[in-house]
Design a binder for this molecule. Structure first.
Ligand SMILES: [Zn+2]
Length: 316
């Protein structure tokens, strides 16, 4: 019983909904497919349905909903509560999501970039507890980033800060959908690991992965192959660790943060990339900030975004 917030995580694949207490505990969760390709109206109606279900349940259990916090991938204008652009949500250009939700549910609503929400969740109730400065990276379809300085998200003057995934790690490297070449995201995301493995296979590299190539090679296949000692799969994770280490060494020199938190689906392969990552940081960053900075896995998993969004509601 007590005040709760409805935390929502909008992804290109899944929608996640949670009832979150003022203490940051997830009391209930639900999930739906985004089917983002069906367009804005279809996704919004599924978001409405998910939030309505959570509100009904909260009220049934005697909780008082304080508001709705929604994390969306892409570029968000916080003051206007507008989704400017989302690479994963076709058709959402300049969509006034906050006002739409406030009007529909008659509750305060707040929207935030999904990677920032993830960082806020981990900072509030996860692997970032106890420090004032941290950088969060999420390794999934892409590489997301959120920077917390002095306990607050650093958004940058245009609200676009924290794009660690689009830091260049290889000059003239692989092409990124952002228009640049050699971004961290095209070497260290789950997508990149699969694509790079596929490229090596098509050049004739020997690997047990050849059985699931060219059709249907997935990140889970590469992880499984690495776990069984496949040299190509192991190399893909080692390379990802090296490129992550290059970017993180830069962040440590630039920001002197207390902690770097790494989450997202690919963080499940932690043991396969953390060694090369740490070696690269030790090689490239200044000694004092590198030794001070703890590099740790996220602990909230899929809950991190909704917890962060709920926290924003409570903080108003
Ligand atoms: Zn990029």
């Amino acid at each position: 019983m007590g005040r709760v917030a409805i935390g929502v995580d909008v992804g290109g694949t899944n929608l996640r909904f949670g009832i979150v207490s003022e203490a940051g505990k997830v009391i209930a969760r639900s999930r739906a497919k985004s089917d983002a390709h069906q367009g804005v109206d279809a996704v919004i109606s599924r978001i409405d349905k998910g939030i309505a279900g959570m509100l009904k349940r909260a009220e049934r259990d005697g909780h008082v909903p304080a508001g709705i916090g929604v994390g969306v991938p892409g570029i968000i204008s916080l003051p206007e509560g507008v989704v400017r652009f989302s690479p994963n949500l076709p058709g959402w250009e300049n969509f006034p999501l906050r006002d739409r939700l406030q009007h529909h549910f008659r509750l305060p609503a707040i929207i935030e970039n999904d990677a920032n929400a993830y960082a806020l969740g981990e900072a509030w109730k996860g692997a970032g507890v106890g420090v004032e400065s941290l950088v969060c990276l999420t390794l999934g379809t892409g590489v997301g980033g959120g920077i917390i300085l002095g306990g607050e998200i650093w958004r940058g003057v245009d609200g676009m800060a924290g794009e660690v995934g689009h830091v260049t790690v290889v000059p003239k490297g692989r092409k990124c959908h952002c228009g640049n070449r050699g971004c961290l995201e095209v070497y260290a995301s789950a997508t990149a690991v699969v694509e790079r493995a596929g490229e090596a296979l098509s050049l004739g590299t020997k690997s047990c992965l050849v059985d699931c190539f060219p059709s249907g090679l997935t990140a889970a296949d590469v992880k499984h192959a690495a776990d069984t000692g496949d040299a190509l799969a192991l190399r893909m994770y080692r390379d990802a660790g090296v490129y992550l280490g290059i970017a993180i060494a830069g962040l440590i020199n630039l920001l002197n943060v207390e902690r770097v938190v790494i989450g997202g689906g690919m963080a499940g392969a932690w043991d396969l990339f953390i060694g090369p990552l740490r070696a690269e940081v030790a090689r490239r960053a200044f000694d004092v900030p590198a030794k001070r900075c703890e590099i740790v896995p996220g602990i909230l998993g899929d809950d991190a975004g909704m917890v962060g969004n709920a926290g924003l509601v409570f903080r108003g």
